[in-house]
Ligand binder design. Structure first.
Ligand code: HEM
Length: 450
């Protein structure tokens, strides 16, 4: 096997000039799954750039825990910074502690409890809008659901309705644009191609609408119990208020980081329940017992254990954040390799979750592997990353997805429309390309007359 630096193996099959770009674009998931067999640290080449893929859970944990050495960086992070401003997900280590302290209170348990009321309201709208035997475009509907719910958590005031609509409409072009800008050469991104123009227009529209909402909130002194009100009240250590640019960057970051990943997770869960009708029935037994005919609320969470395990197992099989990067701020020693400064490192939840050395029977959908008595290898389940940069919205996403899935299954029986597996579309998130599901109303026992 070719070794470049000691302890780092070159991935085989690089072509002159393009390197591994062809397998990475053609079938990135298969390509990722093969890398672990070449070594613990595997170098890949994308055109002129190289990156080292970290293929062992312990080493991924080491990278995630030492966030000063392995700082945020790499092409996607740079494009996110350009598109949204320096928010929590893309800021460097030097700014991170302060930014995280600012946002963390908005994700406390007591805030989540309050946001759950918005979730329940939105779940009610989602699950009462279908009709018997309808074919539902779940990917689109769950996107609309997640974007409406998360945007309302950020700004609940009536005056923010236009911003919510604009953001919902613009985000898909923004997601596509960020990913495209990250994987294509910079000169291509500067051309006035329709996709570039669409991206710029969407970003500018969303930007302007969020700015308007911030000004509206500043004008009225009311507190709306949402994330934007909290950010406006926040004072830094020196007692100063946050500027509009920082508030803007945080709101855009939460929208971009939160919406697509949560929507995609729920969409995969719906797909898996179609593929495994026995698990769907078991889940329905649990949720019907807990909910009857009600929409799930925060207080139901302790009774929705299987629903939570279904979501957890979905995140293992299809982690929405499938490829993430870091850049070494200084020379680093990882395993027995010396990694020079400014090296791009890649960690992939997908790769780790699908390696049978760390997750036995990686291809099978088995929510029971998450029963408390089952043993897991530490660090081998990382859908939300880890360390100081771990997802700030992990509990929010788990709550929303669990309550939504439980209510959907209680009311609707899901079955596949197409027998072929959906095409996986690796974008910024790992998304199913176009997923439709047939829904049938779950019959209820007639109410007992007394
Ligand atoms: C199932 C849904 C979600 C998944 C799978 C997910 C996944 C992730 C992952 C893997 C990271 C770490 C990235 C890295 O290491 O570079 C992350 C960070 C982040 N996520 Fe999530 N996320 C989800 C939902 C959300 C939600 C609902 C929000 C907010 C509304 C959110 C906001 C963020 C933010 C702000 C960060 C950056 C945290 C920091 O650097 O301190 N995410 N997410």
């Amino acid at each position: 096997m070719a070794m470049d630096h000691e302890g780092i193996t070159q991935a085989p099959g690089a072509l002159p000039i393009v390197g591994h770009l062809v397998p990475l674009l053609r079938d990135p998931l298969h390509f990722l799954k093969t890398l672990g067999s070449h070594g613990d640290l595997v170098q890949i080449r994308l055109g002129p750039q190289t990156a080292v893929v970290v293929c062992r859970p312990e080493l991924v944990q080491e990278v995630l825990l030492h966030d000063r050495v392995y700082d945020k960086g790499g092409p996607i992070i740079e494009r996110i910074g350009n598109a949204l401003g320096e928010g929590l997900a893309s800021c460097p280590h030097s700014a991170h502690r302060r930014q995280r302290r600012t946002l963390q209170p908005a994700f406390s348990r007591s805030c989540l409890h309050e946001y759950a009321a918005i979730m329940t309201e939105q779940i009610e709208t989602l699950t009462t809008g279908w009709s018997e035997g309808q074919t539902v475009d779940v990917a689109t509907q769950l996107y609309t659901f997640a974007s409406g719910t998360i945007a309302r958590t950020l700004f609940t005031a009536k005056a923010a309705e236009p911003a919510i609509d604009t953001v919902k409409e613009c985000l898909p072009d923004i997601f596509r644009g960020i990913y495209q800008q990250a994987v294509l050469p910079p000169w291509l991104n500067r051309l006035p191609l329709p996709s570039n123009l669409r991206y710029k227009r969407a970003r500018n529209r969303a930007w302007a609408e969020v700015s308007k909402t911030i000004s509206l909130y500043r004008q009225d002194d009311e507190t709306h119990g949402d994330v934007l009100s909290m950010l406006l009240k926040t004072r830094d250590d020196a007692g100063g208020a946050l500027g509009d640019a920082e508030i803007h960057a945080q709101i855009m970051t939460l929208l971009v980081a939160g919406i697509e990943s949560t929507a995609v997770a729920l969409t995969w869960a719906a797909h898996l329940l179609c593929q495994y009708p026995d698990i769907q029935e078991r889940l329905r037994t649990e949720t019907t017992k807990a909910l009857g005919t009600r929409t799930a609320t925060w207080d139901d969470l302790p009774q929705l254990d299987l629903a939570r395990r279904v979501i957890t197992e979905t995140l293992r099989l299809y982690p929405p954040g499938w490829i993430l990067t870091r850049t070494t701020a200084t020379e680093a020693r990882l395993a027995n390799a010396v990694i020079p400064p400014e090296t791009t490192l890649v960690y992939s939840p997908y790769l780790i979750h699908h390696d049978e050395r760390f997750n036995p029977r990686p291809g099978s959908f088995d929510p029971d592997r998450w029963l408390p008595e089952e043993q897991h290898m530490r660090g081998a389940f990382i859908p939300f990353g880890g360390g100081a940069r771990k997802c700030i919205g992990d509990n929010y996403a788990m709550t929303l997805a669990t309550l939504a899935l439980a209510t959907i299954v209680t009311r609707w029986r899901l079955s596949p429309v197409d027998s072929r597996p959906p095409k996986v579309e690796p974008r910024m998130t790992l998304a199913p390309h176009d997923l439709h599901v047939r829904v049938e109303c779950v019959e209820r026992e007639p109410a007992q007359s007394s």
